[in-house]
Design a protein around this ligand. Structure first.
Ligand SMILES: *[C@@H]1O[C@H](CO)[C@@H](O)[C@H](O)[C@H]1NC(C)=O
Length: 343
């Protein structure tokens, strides 16, 4: 009897060990990126600590309860002036291209994370946080995706699921789950995703999958030309924001017309119970004061968590309207931004 009990204890022990090992294997097969890194959990405080308080964008933003970030290009990490500016001025990093579909899954099921992992490691080394960009977008979508799925919702869903699971669980603070889903009139863009689902339901599905892949990341929807308070596109954007969307990103490219009253727009979206962020200036217009305008808008809204500029220096952008010139010298736009943060 005692021997039987010992045997059953042994079997239970064996099963327990087996269960632990096999669940570890199951986690591995989802390929969480850079498991050894601790970014989101570890860098919340350090993200704002570079430099003398108020003397850098990074520290000045944190003094006002915000972050200041930049879109980054991993091929420039080896350039000392770039790496120094990045570390000093920006508390948050957004991979400019490194986490897009064409970079990360160039062929079906063949994941390539070299550049994405370089961004994660850069953030780890400099105590920075990451805005992931982007899971579902109509652009930079490799041809195999529409070619494989066509309008077959089951195939499209499998592709979307695979990609969300093989992403960056635990490493991103924010994640642009859906990017640029609207037309200029506020209706849904007829993208591959829209057509595969036969309508807008792909957006809810993407957010559901992203939440399943990473229970702690803040899930964002992001778009451009949605900054004017009552524009048709802004109204369309306002109408699609609901749970489980945590945050709304305003790109602030300001392609046409005057700078809109973006503070009013941010306040309007805040009523939805989400946080908001300015995610992709430069504006296409050249005035340095535009940077002060978007920075002040974010400062004036409690739930605006930060500003990310799309590039570190002028040659690393589609329009040369960044804060540092090609020689990493501070431009007037830098001074306007820093002064707005410190005011
Ligand atoms: C999912 O990714 C795996 C590799 O991790 C691949 O073998 C499989 O074909 C992919 N499935 C889909 C539907 O893309």
């Amino acid at each position: 009897m005692a021997r039987l009990r010992a045997l059953s204890v042994l079997i239970t022990l064996f099963l327990a060990v087996f269960a632990v090992t096999s669940s570890a294997v199951a986690l591995d097969s989802r390929a969480p990126r850079c498991k050894e890194l601790c970014i989101t959990r570890c860098n919340r405080v350090t993200a704002g600590q570079a430099g003398t308080p108020g003397q850098t964008l990074r520290s000045a933003a944190v003094a006002k309860g915000k972050y200041f970030g930049a879109a980054v290009s991993p091929n420039l990490f080896a350039t000392a002036a770039y790496a120094n500016a990045l570390k000093k001025e920006y508390g948050w990093l957004t991979p400019g291209n490194a986490m897009k579909r064409d970079a990360t899954e160039p062929a079906q099921g063949q994941f390539r994370f070299t550049d994405a992992d370089a961004v994660l490691k850069q953030a780890q080394a400099n105590g920075q946080m990451i805005r992931g960009h982007t899971l579902v977008w109509h652009s930079q979508l490799p041809a195999w995706v529409p070619n494989t799925a066509g309008t077959d919702i089951a195939k499209a869903r499998a592709i979307m699921t695979n990609h969300s699971e093989n992403s960056f669980p635990g490493q991103l603070a924010h994640w642009d789950v859906c990017n640029e889903v609207l037309n200029e009139d506020g209706t849904f863009r007829q993208s591959f995703w829209f057509n595969a689902w036969g309508g807008r339901r792909y957006v809810a599905e993407a957010f559901r999958l992203a939440r399943a892949a990473d229970p702690t990341v803040k899930l964002y929807i992001n778009d451009f030309n949605v900054e004017s308070p009552n524009g048709a596109k802004t109204n369309g954007f306002f109408n699609i924001v609901s749970s489980p969307i945590d945050g709304v990103g305003f790109q602030a490219h300001f392609i046409s017309g005057q700078i809109p009253d973006i503070a009013a727009t941010l306040k309007r979206f805040a009523t939805l119970g989400v946080e908001v962020a300015i995610t992709e200036p430069p504006p296409e217009q050249t005035q340095a004061t535009n940077y002060a305008a978007v920075t002040n808008a974010c400062k004036s809204v409690a739930v605006c968590v930060g500003v990310t500029v799309w590039g570190v220096e002028d040659t690393d952008s589609w329009v040369p309207h960044l804060l540092l010139d090609a020689n990493y010298q501070k431009k007037a736009s830098y001074t306007y931004t820093l002064n707005a943060l410190n005011a």
